[in-house]
Design a protein around this ligand. Structure first.
Ligand code: 7RM
Length: 651
């Protein structure tokens, strides 16, 4: 590693950074480590607005944590009202650009009115604290408004990414037992309409408990409407006419909720076929998402912050909505695809809105690299001062390009490691402090005690690969898996007793820098999105032609990994080419287009251990090398492997 180039922060960047110099970082880190309750309680009192102060900082009964108990708080109030009542009231909260080029700028003051009106609609329909809502929206301001309105009333929301299919949506509505679904007629993606309401209608055929669907009109296309159940957002809003009604709607109070009141449930892929509903609660989540805005993104009052993630993923929750708004930032939000109408859409938006901090994924970077430097070079990117990366390890070549071509060598890159479960960034450089090594998320943030251990939980020592764990509780940590506390405990807290198991492998170098290597379980990472092999396998075996399926990730130049499925068929005379196409489409329908296998390989049998477990490691090797090495002595039938290995990628 010694020949690696190291990038210290520039003097210019350090001069105005929130945290400057290694000593300042060490001081913060040590203070958090020595007395975590003191450290976090001081920050919570300073950074958040409370209706009633908390009595105790942490009640830790592993694996159950309660933070800031006794306190009364509201996430929406912290994100909106307190800024609307301050000098920030005329500051843009949301700077939005639609894919067709329409734009809206919503100040904090306006956001408060919009959120209050929508909260009033929900309240008048009878929804109240503790009821659950599912949000299935395009990337439009109303997605954020819906989330915040739910938070205002204490209605835990679950945002389902608009790229998920009706099937996936149905499973989430059912698991959460949601009574109201908030959606739009559709959204724009690469010039085409994504028809969201159609998917909702299909999902609701099997969700009898849903009482209302509130539909925002985005595309204006014709959609069927179920009388009594479906309501137009704008029609509901029109009832507030006349000064008195408007006044009433716009002053809908924010509920005074417990610190641990559930804020949202976000489903993420695990190692089984069933997605896990990750529960986050209010105060700790808000504190850590907003603190990381200051520590990692060095947030300053005049920043224009753009995180390109969809609000359907955790990155969108924490760094489009709750983190930046709690911190009072101006947030850029874009509806569509990065390559539409051309490959410079991101750079055009950076130039137009003078974005200062830009946070995206390695996949997006790699896809743009391929199109050449002329696209960014055609734009003035001089407003940028800091870049960020998330979702998967960033390969040094992509890092260098991002740094040189986008950041013009001036902007530090914050490679941020975290998970849906951690709620906020855990390992990342403080950009005014930490010299960067391309490909490393560098050092843990204050209050985070990571370790790298072997199968027995013993630390492995420098430069050795092991499991990444986190030893002490932190405010934004996952509280449970919705409806399945047992799975929560088994999944995260039983591998290394008392410590949180991340599911990632990592290595720590001689400078204490952490290099995250990827998942150690059956979770794939495709374009920075988590996908479970089991989830795709169960979708495939649902198809009438399929007997068995095994799914593995295959290295992919742009998306990091791509989905590759090995399939055995039931007896019959199948046209492999046609069926391959059909199965890819089938998976897109069952889960979502982003889960569509890149490749389907038909085989007579799958390699299994004597106890009948599919040997995915072997399949991965076959894919990566078209050959097999290593120990296959536990294999039931070696001829299977030979046959599989002799198939070619483009079969
Ligand atoms: C934020 C998010 C989590 C998984 C995680 C890792 C991988 C995320 C990085 C990374 C290396 C990074 N949430 N991962 N960020 N690996 N370097 N900077 O992505 O729940 O969807 O995924 O993503 O494997 O466990 S997530």
């Amino acid at each position: 590693m010694s020949d690696l180039k190291i990038y210290p922060p520039s003097a210019e960047f350090v001069a105005r950074a929130n945290v400057k110099g290694m000593d300042a970082y060490r001081e913060l880190y040590d203070r958090a480590r020595q007395d975590p309750p003191k450290f976090w309680s001081e920050l919570a009192s300073q950074e958040l607005a409370w209706f009633r102060p908390f009595a105790q900082t942490l009640e830790w009964d592993p694996p159950n944590a309660k933070w800031f108990t006794g306190g009364k708080i509201n996430a929406c109030y912290n994100c909106v009202d307190r800024h609307a009542a301050s000098e920030r009231k005329t500051k843009p909260a949301i700077i939005w650009e639609g894919e067709p080029g329409d734009q809206r700028i919503i100040t904090y003051e306006e956001l408060q009115r919009l959120v209050s009106r929508f909260a009033t609609i929900l309240r008048q329909l009878g929804y109240k604290t503790g009821d659950r809502a599912v949000i299935y929206m395009p990337m439009i301001p109303e997605a954020v408004i819906a989330m915040l309105a739910c938070a205002r009333l204490g209605i835990p929301h679950s945002v389902v990414f608009g790229g998920f299919s009706a099937e996936a949506l149905k499973a989430r509505i059912q698991d959460l037992d949601a009574w109201v679904v908030i959606t739009a007629d559709g959204g724009w993606r690469r010039g085409k309409e994504v028809r969201l309401k159609d998917a909702v209608d299909e999902a609701l055929l099997e969700c009898p408990d849903v009482r209302n669907v509130i539909v925002y009109r985005r595309t204006g296309s014709a959609i069927p409407r179920k009388e009594g159940r479906d309501l137009w957002w704008h029609e509901q809003d029109e009832q507030f006419s006349g000064a008195q009604l408007v006044q009433m709607a716009e002053t809908c109070p924010a509920e005074e909720l417990d610190s641990e009141h559930p804020l949202f449930v976000l489903y993420t892929s695990g190692t089984t076929g069933k997605p896990k509903g990750i529960l986050h609660t209010t105060a700790g989540y808000l504190l850590q998402t907003s603190m990381t805005m200051k520590w990692v993104f060095d947030l300053q009052e005049d920043d224009v912050f753009w995180c390109t993630a969809d609000v359907g993923w955790v990155t969108g929750h924490s760094y489009v909505v709750y983190g930046p708004l709690t911190a009072g930032a101006s947030v850029v939000m874009y509806e569509g695809a990065p390559d539409y109408p051309a490959f410079d859409r991101f750079w055009q938006i950076v130039e137009k809105y003078k974005v200062t901090v830009f946070y995206t994924s390695p996949t997006a970077i790699r896809a743009l690299i391929r199109q050449g430097d002329k696209w960014p070079e055609a734009h003035d990117l001089s407003s940028l001062r800091l870049l960020g990366s998330v979702g998967e390890p960033i390969n040094p070549a992509a890092w260098e390009w991002f740094h040189r071509v986008i950041g013009k060598g001036r902007c530090p890159i914050a490679d941020t490691w975290w998970q849906t479960e951690t709620g906020a960034i855990m390992i990342a450089p403080m950009p005014g402090v930490v010299p960067l090594k391309p490909g490393s998320a560098t050092l843990p943030l204050p209050g985070i005690i990571p370790d790298i251990v072997d199968t027995r939980g013993v630390p492995v020592g420098d430069n050795r690969e092991g499991f990444l764990i986190i030893r002490e509780p932190w405010p934004s940590m996952v509280r449970t898996i919705w409806g399945d506390p047992k799975r929560f405990e088994e999944q995260y807290w039983s591998r290394v007793p008392g410590a949180y198991f991340t599911g990632d492998a990592a290595r720590r170098d001689e400078n204490g820098y952490i290099w995250v290597l990827g998942r150690v379980d059956d979770v794939m990472n495709v374009s920075g999105h988590r996908l479970s092999t089991m989830e795709i396998e169960s979708a495939l075996v649902h198809h009438p032609a399929v007997a068995e399926a095994a799914v593995v990730g295959k290295p992919h130049e742009i998306t990091g990994q791509a989905v590759c499925a090995f399939v055995t068929l039931k007896k019959g005379d199948w046209d492999h080419t046609a069926l391959g196409k059909e199965l890819r489409q089938w998976v897109a329908h069952e889960i979502g287009p982003f889960a569509r296998p890149e490749e389907i390989r038909f085989t007579d049998a799958l390699p299994k251990t004597r106890s009948g477990k599919i040997m995915r490691r072997l399949l991965r090797e076959i894919i990566a090398s078209n050959g097999v090495t290593g120990d296959v002595t536990t294999l039931e039938d070696l001829t299977v492997v030979t046959a599989l290995a002799s198939q070619h990628d483009d079969d």
